[in-house]
Design a protein around this ligand. Structure first.
Ligand code: FAD
Ligand code: LAC
Ligand code: ZN
Length: 474
């Protein structure tokens, strides 16, 4: 154990927990000085931030477990953090927690190209995994615009979706095994490579989507998919959302190799063109757009174009088969999140609506927000094949929750989900009860109490803190 006064000097920390953590992760990997903490304290949207007590960066599963054990002994709350690209405020402190960063857990172990499986550290990014997998003609089945920063552990913790769910499913479908550290310092390890395992509770599956409230994921056994060299992309413009939805669903039925079915609206396209400095895709300005992609070992352009050629309501279209044109068309969709962020601090509500009511929702959601503030801006885009719309609202103060309340109540009244892929975090915790019945929440709380009896894991995420519960508008 290094002398404490040396730790204070090296790590700029002064509390005894910091000293204990430094003996676990090394003095360079625990720090409390404001400059080094800063990037761990504010989320990607800038809507959520809070001071950390200190930041610890363990380098192995054993170190993660030891850090959690030491925090539990000290009664210190922990916020697990990967790439900090989460959009619901769950990855940053609310005030005084220890941030446990996974960014040193970047191993790539036992890539089994024949089986299409790999074991990785939880802090590895999707982009880094894809780079390693490409050498074997493989790639990871979940892709998203935050690919350069989002970590596989964070994606498991949020059950991330992204642009290829229509083909490969969400993060849950990629997770074959997991190693995770529990708040009592124990380690759950199910990394072995068998395709079927019916031996009781599926703990890795329980931790997928648990948003850092139960355990810290330290390693993952993941499924890889073949890299498909022939990719065709089509961008279509419509003057009704109904026609856009119909066409996306037709493509899902008829194009076997479909890998993406995405949508955006004119307001978002305008923001992307302005902030990215790129020209509009078509000479006409149409209200609704869908982007479809098909990928296979053989050319898909005829299959894709053929399926949508006579679709009713198409006002303009562009087909891309070479890499440069594909990238150009994808940019209109991929760059929405950064363009919205460049415009202001958004309220981001990531919802799913039954497909039959998606058109009605898109109109209603605008009305409920503009009713609160006629000057507000509502930017919609998302993953149309699953009825997943990202409702981005600009023009309200970060802590004004009226638009969140209005939109989430509308979603619940239409039989939707208040989180389709980003999770509940702190942003939506107080509205969980809108779409999860009391018995569900009681069961979830029982699991939480059993695994995290001292409540140190990401307090305030998923379940609201009693003091933060506001009187509900009836
Ligand atoms: P963080 O933001 O660091 O953490 C997210 C949550 O997971 C927090 O609650 C945190 O406590 C917990 N956590 C992180 N790591 C661990 C761990 N190892 N163990 C336990 N808990 C952990 N999301 C989508 O689903 N689909 C998209 O298409 C998509 N596109 C995006 C595009 C952009 C430009 C941006 C900025 C974000 C996008 N996101 C998307 C959101 C975000 O990238 C995902 O939620 C991603 O899964 C977060 O990964 P992360 O490593 O950044 O996690
Ligand atoms: C996307 C993120 C915001 O779909 O989920 O781009
Ligand atoms: Zn999304």
């Amino acid at each position: 154990v290094a002398p404490r006064n040396r730790l204070v000097c090296n790590a700029h920390v002064s509390d005894s927990l910091a000293a204990r953590l430094a003996t676990i992760v090394g003095t360079g990997n625990v720090f409390a000085d404001a400059d080094r903490r800063a990037t761990y304290e504010t989320d990607w949207t800038r809507r959520f931030s809070g001071p950390a007590r200190l930041v610890a960066r363990p380098g192995s599963t054993a170190e993660v477990a030891a850090v959690l054990g030491a925090c539990a002994d000290a009664g210190a709350a922990v916020v697990p953090q990967g790439g900090n690209t989460g959009l619901v405020g769950g990855s940053v402190p609310r005030g005084g927690e220890v941030v446990l960063s996974t960014l040193r857990l970047t191993s790539i172990e036992s890539l089994d190209a024949a089986a299409g499986e790999v074991t990785v550290g939880a802090g590895l990014t999707v982009a880094a995994l894809n780079e390693a997998a490409a050498a074997h003609g493989l790639r990871f089945g979940v892709d998203l615009a935050s690919r350069d920063s989002a970590t596989l552990g964070g994606m498991a913790a949020t059950n991330a979706g992204g642009i290829n769910v229509v083909r490969y499913g969400m993060m849950r479908a990629q997770v074959l095994g997991m190693e995770a550290a529990l708040p009592d310092g124990g380690i759950v390890s199910r990394l072995f490579g068998v395709g079927r395992d019916n031996t009781g509770y599926d703990l890795p599956n329980l931790f997928v989507g648990s948003e850092g409230t139960l355990a810290v994921v330290s390693k993952l056994r993941l499924r890889l998919v073949p890299m498909l060299p022939q990719r065709a992309v089509v961008l279509l413009a419509f003057d009704t959302l109904g026609a856009a939805i119909e066409t996306a669903l037709r493509a899902r039925r008829e194009v076997e190799a479909l890998t993406a079915a995405e949508c955006f609206f004119a307001e978002g396209l305008d923001l992307v063109c302005r902030h990215a400095g790129i020209p509009a895709p078509f000479t006409g300005r149409w209200p609704y757009y869908i982007l479809l992609e098909a990928a296979a070992r053989t050319d898909q352009s005829m299959a894709l174009a053929g399926a949508v050629a006579d679709a009713p309501g198409v006002r303009d279209s562009a087909l891309a088969t070479d890499a440069r044109d594909r990238t150009r068309l994808w940019a209109y969709r991929d760059r929405h999140t950064e363009a919205i962020n460049a415009e202001g601090v958004p309220h981001k509500l990531d919802v799913a609506i039954p497909l039959a009511r998606l058109d009605e929702f898109a109109k209603e959601v605008r009305a409920v927000v503009l009713d609160l503030s006629p000057a507000a801006q509502v930017v919609l885009f998302g993953h149309i094949a699953e009825g997943n719309l990202h409702v981005n609202i600009l023009g309200f103060a970060p802590d004004d929750e009226r638009p969140d309340e209005a939109v989430l109540r509308l979603v619940a009244s239409m039989g939707g989900s208040i989180s389709a892929e980003h999770g509940i975090g702190v942003a939506k915790a107080r509205w969980l009860e809108l779409t999860r019945p009391p018995a569900d929440i009681a069961a979830m709380r029982a699991v939480k109490a059993a695994l995290d009896p001292r409540g140190i894991m990401n307090p305030g995420v998923l379940f609201p803190r009693p003091e933060s519960q506001v009187p509900r508008r009836e």
